[in-house]
Design a protein around this ligand. Structure first.
Ligand SMILES: CC(C)(COP(=O)(O)OP(=O)(O)OC[C@H]1O[C@@H](n2cnc3c(N)ncnc32)[C@H](O)[C@@H]1OP(=O)(O)O)[C@@H](O)C(=O)NCCC(=O)NCCSC(=O)CCC(=O)O
Length: 341
């Protein structure tokens, strides 16, 4: 059975393997053992806090998908409580500037990119990765959507707005058309190095070196213009999953690869609106439907997909599912059907 649970220090080797597998441009998982160990420790500390200790918003929750039959970790998924609390959180915003001279009969509407910190303090979904061997059935959906169960249950720890920075376009060698232009004029480093430094949290160079004035998009090379707001091929499924939940692009893009950042008000997220809190009943669930089920205690958070019968106020699951989730009859869970009954 595949079960999502909080990461622990014992998962470091698996996380390192996933970081290698995810490749260049997957900023939140740099291939750096020390950094990954620090990420795990930060997550463990965040899970250990009580709600009232979370005022700073600096918490990060990193979860893994474990195949309980083999003990193998096959995916990751994460949430940041509030970004930009300790360092600045940068984006470019795609806007427009109108240059108009009625007397000459000239009217030009030009697209611009302006550096901003508009998403400071919002919550972020990140670090979504499923090993290729497990990209089948509802596994990807489970990994993406389990975070909405988490947001719904532990709502007070998060902001009213949730974003996700989608990986932008880069080739197999890690060359990004957008970065190539920035590199040529403003930086002396390759995209993988900039992305790596950003993943390490060393982001001050962005403020120091990035172009400070708005950029006229028409003045960028065609190749750079073409990838603004576009996602990496491998990230299309991740974007589709979020769009289906109500996430939209409002013109914000990553400062390195120009990948889109999508956002949604927390209360408008489909899975949050449609999931229900139900009481567990143990029994025969073979006539039920595929259901995502999450537990409601943060330290013992578990989420899985299993056959379940939805009855008025309760949810019938079998003993194996209850064991995997660590729940018993009468406990509360949050659930949402992936299939209609
Ligand atoms: C993102 C996941 C975990 C998703 O898993 P799967 O690929 O198994 O999911 P799936 O169910 O097959 O696909 C989800 C939906 O996308 C559709 N789909 C599949 N391939 C597509 C494509 N090329 N273009 C458009 N849509 C596509 C499927 O039909 C399905 O829609 P229907 O249900 O309608 O059929 C995986 O692809 C992955 O690990 N990708 C590589 C890592 C990555 O790029 N991660 C995102 C980085 S950006 C990030 O982490 C921030 C975002 C975030 O955290 O959510």
């Amino acid at each position: 059975m595949l079960v999502i649970r909080p990461i622990t220090s014992r998962d470091l080797v698996a996380l390192l393997r996933i970081a290698e597998e995810s490749g260049v441009g997957f900023t939140s998982l740099p291939v750096n053992e020390e950094r990954l160990a620090a990420k795990i420790a930060h997550s463990e500390a965040s899970f250990a806090l009580s709600d009232s200790q979370c005022q700073s918003g600096e918490q990060g929750y990193l979860l893994v998908l474990e195949d309980t039959d083999t003990g193998e970790v096959v995916g990751t998924t994460a949430l940041e409580a509030r970004v930009g609390q300790t360092d600045a959180f940068w984006h470019y915003h795609l806007g427009s500037a109108v240059h108009s001279s009625p007397s000459l009969g000239v009217h030009k509407e030009l697209k611009t990119l302006s550096l901003c910190n508009d998403y400071s303090g919002v919550s972020e979904l990140c670090t979504l990765f499923l090993s290729e061997s497990h990209r089948q059935g509802y596994n990807g959906k489970l990994l993406s959507k389990c975070r909405f169960m988490f947001l719904a249950e532990f709502r007070d720890r998060f902001s009213d707005v949730v974003i996700a920075e989608m990986r932008g376009v880069s080739d197999a060698q890690g060359k990004s058309p957008f970065w190539s232009w920035l590199q040529e004029h403003f930086f002396d480093m390759e995209f993988p190095q900039a992305d790596y430094l950003s993943g390490l949290g060393k982001k001050t160079f962005i403020a120091e070196l990035m172009p400070r004035h708005p950029i006229y998009v028409d003045m960028l090379p065609q190749a750079a213009q073409a990838v603004i707001g576009q996602v990496h091929d491998k990230t299309r499924p991740a974007l589709k999953l979020l769009k289906a939940e109500g996430f939209r692009w409002r013109g914000y893009v990553d400062v390195f690869d120009a990948g889109p950042t999508v956002e949604c008000d927390i209360d408008h997220i489909k899975a949050i609106r449609e999931s229900e809190r139900l009481e567990v009943a143990i029994g025969d669930a073979s006539e039920g439907v595929q259901t995502m089920i999450a537990t409601t205690h943060i330290q013992q958070f578990r989420c899985t997909l299993a056959q379940a019968c939805h009855r008025k106020g309760d949810l019938v699951i079998d003993q194996a599912t209850a064991d995997a989730l660590g729940v018993k009859a009468g406990d509360w869970v949050r659930a949402i059907a992936f299939e209609k009954e």
